[in-house]
Design a protein around this ligand. Structure first.
Ligand code: GCV
Length: 607
């Protein structure tokens, strides 16, 4: 992460002095960097900690609010906009970034280099770099950072034991920016330390966690809490002892409650050892089946973190039905900035259009917190692809104030990041980014058809790669038809939605085209709303996705981006073009071989 490339805000590129101890000082420091900004900070104890307002050159606010107000003013100045009016307050108290960093320095599903803070089994970082990271997160309103992988690998379970002093020092670097630390913990930790059991109803286990929590909060009084992946993909959990996930989560929640800690419990639980011959188990049903019956049983300091969508961060999934089923539980929406299934920071994939669609289905008040799997790493540009930082910035904007406004957020990021481009060039780049998700979807997985990616690394096409595996991820294409019937006649998944949504999804005639094969098994000669057959639509979308990628490449190559972004973006575009062709040819050939149906337009499909 070179200094000049840390951030979308040039104000943030300068090193941060080590002696800043609280947000008002940080804010004063930032404003002093701006010639003629003329602001006065007015701490206002009557406002919540993170709220702020600005009038007549005065930024009034709570402790962290002053900092947020400062960044908002800097942003407005930079974009030549009027300053925001009225009281500004985030909708969600917890706006979390989950980093899947391992202590050996690797990052699970990381596409931006190695960990920013771990290497060789220990902490290893430049403190100024971490301070600048804190500044970056604060500049887009994020306030919680989980620093280790939810799959807790040795020696990360010791972060809350032997490593506590180091953890405390790390927390101290982020504190002035209003960013609080969280760690992922291993549910079986008492056993790792020679205890006989990790049963949540065992008094010894409860005492063990209480003592652990006392130690952690004594070292870091503003520690945010623990994040837990339990009974998921071979991680230990309460199921081992015949206990529910409410019993498991509450036991931990009670240990940390006296310190004001939050227990973030992931709802990513499914059978990852499924027999592909088993037609009754349907993976997207799993989170709802496990958690909906537990609604109302979780303690108040538990946040149940639900992945969107019900499978696993595919290019297109319906909103997770669990969000509608648990009104008496604090739910967090989990999205993934790391582009595991969406191009791995090689392909351009701007997420705001996806979040706009999500917000159409999911009113923001349905959830009480948000979390994103980080896309950051040690690469000089922080996020691997120069444009991938957009997703981090945009997540912060949506987390602060969730409303559909993809075009505006993308335009702002482009304006802040590439002020040297002309207005027309910025418009061109913003348009390219705005379309990028739809283009990627077309050449990879149109019509809601998931899981045609290469197994394990999840990049590139492999139509049958997951078909006979244990992960519950099937499309069941044969010579006549493709897709899974998830209606009442099939797996019954659609019935997990409120009735009005279920009615739309149940019928292929009303189901949105982009989710058709998620909900239905259809013959290739099924005639779609636009009059095309299903097979023709599959061919057409893949060809269109490839053509649009070619156009995108031409547009990108013509943009005078500053170096090194220009070179990096071009290099990655060449890979994206190659991969878009692979996707188009391989998937079309796959369906052509199965169905024997020729393309109506006689385009080349390989035999
Ligand atoms: C951290 C998917 C990913 C795993 C990830 C898991 C999760 O299965 O492929 O790498 O593990 O999701 O979200 O826990």
């Amino acid at each position: 992460m070179s200094e000049s490339r840390l951030s979308w805000l040039p104000f943030l590129e300068k090193p941060v002095p080590a002696d800043l101890t609280e947000p008002a000082q940080v804010a004063a420091f930032e404003l002093s960097q701006v010639p003629g900004a003329g602001f006065r900070l007015a701490p206002d104890a009557s406002l919540p900690e993170e709220a702020w307002s600005v009038a007549q050159g005065e930024i009034r606010g709570g402790r962290t609010g002053i900092l947020y107000g400062t960044y908002a003013c800097l942003e407005a100045l930079k974009l030549g906009r009027p300053l925001p009016e009225g009281l500004q307050q985030p909708l969600y108290d917890s706006r979390m970034i989950d980093c899947w960093d391992n202590m050996d320095g690797t990052v699970e599903r990381g596409y931006a280099g190695r960990s920013l803070w771990f290497e060789g089994g220990k902490f290893s970082y430049d403190p100024d770099r971490i301070r600048r990271l804190g500044r970056l997160l604060a500049s887009c309103g994020l306030n919680v950072l989980c620093l280790n992988n939810v799959n807790v690998h040795e020696p990360a379970q010791n972060l809350i034991a032997d490593w506590l002093p180091k953890l405390a020092a790390f927390a101290g670097l982020l504190r002035p920016f209003g960013v609080r630390l969280m760690t992922s913990i291993d549910f079986s930790q008492p056993m790792r330390e020679d205890g006989p059991t990790a049963d949540p109803l065992d008094a010894g286990v409860q005492a063990w966690w209480k003592e652990c929590a006392d130690r952690v909060w004594a070292a870091i009084p503003d520690f945010f809490g623990f994040l837990v992946k339990a009974d998921s993909e071979h991680r230990p959990g309460p199921f081992t002892y015949g206990r529910t996930h409410a019993e498991g989560a509450n036991m931990l929640a009670r240990a940390i409650a006296p310190h004001g800690g939050k227990l973030v419990w992931r709802a990513f639980v499914y059978n990852c050892m499924q027999d592909w011959r088993d037609t009754h188990t349907d993976r997207p049903c799993a989170a709802y089946d496990t958690y909906a019956p537990l609604d109302g049983q979780f303690d108040d300091n538990v946040i149940l973190q639900v992945k969107n969508g019900p499978f696993d961060f595919q290019v297109r999934e319906p909103v997770s039905p669990t969000f509608y089923a648990m009104p008496r539980t604090h739910l967090a929406l989990e999205v993934q900035l790391a582009q595991e299934y969406t191009g791995q920071q090689i392909d351009i994939y701007a997420m705001p259009p996806m979040w706009d669609e999500l917000l159409e289905d999911l009113p923001p008040q349905t959830v009480s917190a948000v979390a994103a799997v980080s896309n950051m790493g040690r690469d000089a540009n922080l996020c691997g692809h120069p444009f991938a930082a957009l997703n981090l910035y945009a997540f912060g904007r949506y987390a602060w104030s969730p409303a559909p406004r993809a075009a505006e957020v993308i335009r702002d990021w482009v304006g802040l990041t590439y002020p040297g481009l002309t207005a027309d060039e910025r418009k061109t780049l913003a348009g390219l980014l705005l379309d990028s998700r739809s283009v990627y979807e077309k050449y990879t997985a149109p019509l809601g058809l998931c899981w045609m990616v290469s197994p394990n690394n999840h990049y590139g096409p492999s139509p049958d790669g997951y078909e006979y595996q244990a992960w519950g991820t099937y499309h069941k294409a044969n010579r006549d038809a493709v897709g899974i019937d998830r209606t009442a006649k099939g797996t019954g998944y659609a019935a997990q939605y409120p009735p009005e949504m279920q009615a739309v999804y149940e019928d292929p005639a009303t189901c949105p085209d982009e989710l058709l094969l998620f909900f239905h098994r259809l013959r290739y000669d099924y005639v779609m709303r636009d009059g095309r057959t299903l097979i023709q639509r599959i061919y057409d979308d893949h060809f269109a996705g490839l053509e649009q990628t070619q156009k995108m490449a031409e547009t990108l190559y013509a943009l005078p981006l500053p170096e090194p972004d220009r070179t990096e973006a071009r290099e990655r575009m060449a890979l994206q073009l190659h991969d878009a062709r692979e996707w188009c040819d391989i998937v079309n050939t796959f369906f052509h071989r199965l169905s024997g149906v020729p393309d109506a337009h006689g385009r080349k499909i390989w035999d």
